[in-house]
Design a protein around this ligand. Structure first.
Ligand SMILES: Nc1ncnc2c1ncn2[C@@H]1O[C@H](COP(=O)(O)OP(=O)(O)OP(=O)(O)O)[C@@H](O)[C@H]1O
Ligand SMILES: [Mg+2]
Length: 298
């Protein structure tokens, strides 16, 4: 157990990630750090404390401390390989942290996974779907897992199929679905039990502009009615349009976190208030966008 990282006292607010605590003895597989007494904060729908994942020598996520309030639309950004999907997998109970833990609505995902999972919907990065089911069967199956009455499942499934423009393909097998259709049917399955917290790992990848608008509207309506959404994306315009708060992770460490206005202020410089999220992102991750070295291709 790490005793070197001071437990937060009083009202806990997200802090920049503290320095990696000395790892001695080496964390055991399955090690979960106990949460400090004042953690998670009462208004947090999602909270992580010291969330860490190592793969061999590689520290994929490094002591992530984060709190997302109820009803927030939180955008999680970072370059390829930064640790976004690894973080989400640990938050939703798909990948056991090396140390630290995550809470959903105050429930520790790794101590009480069933209660935590009942409250969440997940659209993972890699969609492992039951290929031999039809789209309709897949959504209904997801609904039945949550003990929703059959008639209600049927009603919700039909409305999701209609809104997501899958009705014409509802009885086709998932194995024959296109990339975008697979994503939409997975989103429907994640929504069927009306989760309080929704995790979406790159939900707009492979989605056409019409469906993208439909999904944006669904997500907006959900947050307006109190659902908390945590999503990762590389599409800066969408994040800018939807998110109330943004976190940027790089090399497994949270390098910035706040509202768009706060991130702009932090980026500083003349005209900072008009900077696009893309500019802020490139500045904060210290991207080197110089081209060159591909003369042989020209
Ligand atoms: N199962 C694994 N075994 C070994 N290394 C892994 C594993 N999963 C992820 N990693 C490594 O962890 C780091 C973070 O990966 P992750 O998938 O979380 O990145 P990401 O931010 O989601 O990237 P992208 O934007 O490309 O989806 C990468 O260096 C990746 O190679
Ligand atoms: Mg990813």
């Amino acid at each position: 157990m790490n005793t070197d990282t001071p437990a937060p006292s009083g009202q806990w607010t997200p802090q920049p990630t503290p320095p990696m605590p000395p790892m001695s003895p080496a964390p055991q597989p399955g090690f979960v750090a106990p949460a400090p007494a004042v953690f998670p904060p009462a208004d947090a729908a999602i909270a992580t404390w010291g969330l860490t994942k190592t793969f061999g020598q590689k520290v994929a996520v490094n002591g992530l401390n984060l709190a997302v309030r109820r009803g927030e639309f939180f955008g999680f950004l970072g370059p390829n390989g930064a640790g976004k999907s690894t973080t989400i997998k640990m938050m939703v109970g798909l990948l056991r942290p090396t140390s630290g833990t995550a809470f959903i609505g105050g429930v520790d995902v790794w101590r009480d996974p069933l209660a935590a999972k009942a409250a969440m919907g997940v659209l993972p990065e890699q969609l492992n779907l039951y290929e031999r089911l039809s789209g309709r069967e897949l959504i209904e199956f997801a609904g039945r897992l949550y003990d929703i009455p059959k008639d209600e499942v049927r009603h919700r499934t039909n409305s999701l199929l209609n809104v997501l423009m899958l009705a014409d393909d509802a009885d086709k097998l998932v194995v024959d679905y296109s990339v975008g259709m697979r994503k939409k049917v997975s989103l429907a399955a994640a929504l069927i039990h009306r989760p309080q917290v929704l995790f979406l790992d790159e939900p707009f990848e492979g989605i056409d502009p019409v469906s993208s608008r439909v999904i944006r509207n669904i997500l907006r309506d959900l947050t307006a009615s109190g659902t908390t959404i945590f999503f990762s994306s590389h599409i800066m315009e969408v994040v800018e349009r939807l998110c109330t708060r943004v976190g940027i992770i790089q090399g497994g460490t949270l390098v910035a976190e706040g509202t768009l206005a706060e991130l702009r202020a932090r980026a500083g410089g003349s005209g900072a208030e008009n900077r696009s999220l893309e500019d802020i992102f490139l500045q904060l991750v210290g991207a080197d966008t110089r081209e060159g070295g591909l003369e042989w291709l020209e």
